[in-house]
Design a protein around this ligand. Structure first.
Ligand code: ADP
Ligand code: MG
Length: 147
């Protein structure tokens, strides 16, 4: 575990900017976990990170697919939402094998929604989003020191 950075944001644009800063340091194989209640801005955070990685495609929740993949940026990215996936993961624990690995960056919403499907993943940061009233959010970024 590493140090935690605490931010306050007053709107989605500011949240995207915080995410963009984190994204600057990402390398292929890195996994970023984003926790927080519904509507705190997890997907918004991923969108900001993707923009910083040069992805121009729409970034929305992976509703009907295992993962959304964005291949038009500086690095290939997978975007997972384990809350929606937990049932499918029960049936096939290997479901995420292609979405996490040395060739891509992976963002995971609701990482705690399901056991430990991320064993072996190189988690480099854990982000916690919290409601602070109206459009205010607290964003805590804990960088995980690896190796
Ligand atoms: P989640 O993925 O956590 O459910 P989303 O990113 O899909 O959240 O949605 C967050 C919603 O809250 C969006 O409608 C966004 O515009 C709004 N919002 C308001 N203030 C903020 C903020 N400070 N940061 C992020 N999103 C915000
Ligand atoms: Mg979401």
């Amino acid at each position: 575990m590493g140090a935690a950075d605490r931010h306050e944001t007053a709107g989605p644009v500011q949240t995207e900017r915080i995410a963009a800063e984190l994204a600057q340091g990402l390398r292929p194989g890195d996994v970023v976990l984003i926790s927080g209640d519904l509507g705190t801005g997890k997907t918004t955070f991923v969108r900001g990170a993707c923009r910083a990685l040069g992805i121009t495609a729409a970034v929305t929740s992976p509703t009907f697919t295992i993962a959304r993949r964005y291949e038009d940026g500086r690095l290939p990215v997978s975007h997972l939402d384990l809350y929606r996936l937990s049932g499918a993961l029960d049936e096939d624990p290997a479901l995420l094998d292609d979405e996490i690995g040395p060739g891509r960056v992976t963002f995971v919403e609701w990482p705690e929604a399901h056991g430990d499907p991320l064993g072996g993943a190189r988690i480099v940061a854990r982000v916690l989003m919290e409601h602070r009233g109206a459009d205010l959010r607290a964003v805590t970024i804990e960088r995980v020191r690896c190796r």
